[in-house]
Design a protein around this ligand. Sequence first.
Ligand code: NAP
Length: 276
Amino acid sequence: MVLAGQNPASEVYVRNKIKTVGESGCRAELFRLDGSASLSEALALVHTLNADDAIDGILVQSPLPEGMGADAEQRVFDAIDPAKDVDGFHPFNVGLLVQKRPALVACTPLGCIELLEREGITMKGKHAVVIGRSDIVGKPMAMLLLHRDATVTICHSRTVGLPAIARTADILVAAIGRPGFVTADFIKPGATVVDVGINTLTAKADVERIFEEGSRKRAVFAEKGTVLVGDVHPGVEAVAGAVTPVPGGVGPLTVAMVLRNTVTAAELRATRKAAM
Ligand code: NAP
């Protein structure tokens, strides 16, 4: 894992991943770059990790420091050996996913699929609506649902009539980054709702807008001064058939898929070496 700079949220994410990976019996190592490090230094580190045969998976935590430039993340992700790309962001792995030959797939959408499969939610023939079209969540999510024979609609910030489209979904995936954006009027009764969003509320007015008086979330906010909320409003629970919680839903599955991808990468590399 590569961590550049001292973003507090990134520190937490990386610490969690290192703990979980370590507990699983894999070896996890953290490589730190200073917040003032250049893009060339980040690329040089990636090249060193690519060349190290003892390393099966490379994760570069985003965001990278602003000083590295606007296209730094793309350049760094592109530099990772596709065989070690356990985030599944490399264009080679994205291409394989589109061609339904997935090898290493983005961890968050992979976790959403795992969650749907383990809960016995049928995807075949169902209408799935994905709100969000990012490269790391929305687009790969749509592709994975398509490959499980769902009929998929992708929505985004320019979609006209979003609530009406969402209401036609048997499976609704919210990956937007807006607290409580998906309200009960977006939901077909009985639909399955996957909430990918992780938003930290720090303003009392926002907490009171989303959570009812006497709710546990209000109590958490009163105690800590912050509270986590997804992209899905709690009022959705009354209409949906199933809703993933935030926290404790897609987040832990994402970390689990980092592990799965690391094992997949190790196996693929071992098979390739054996064939040489
Ligand atoms: P992102 O790159 O900012 O993409 C957000 C998407 O939402 C964009 O496609 C955007 O549309 C769309 N959007 C924004 N406002 C909208 C609106 N008013 N109506 C409809 N669509 C709208 O975010 P991301 O990286 O995909 O992440 C999304 C959320 O998931 C965030 O809360 C993030 O923290 C969370 N996340 C969670 C995990 C996890 O492990 N649980 C992992 C990754 C991300 P445009 O393309 O038109 O701008």
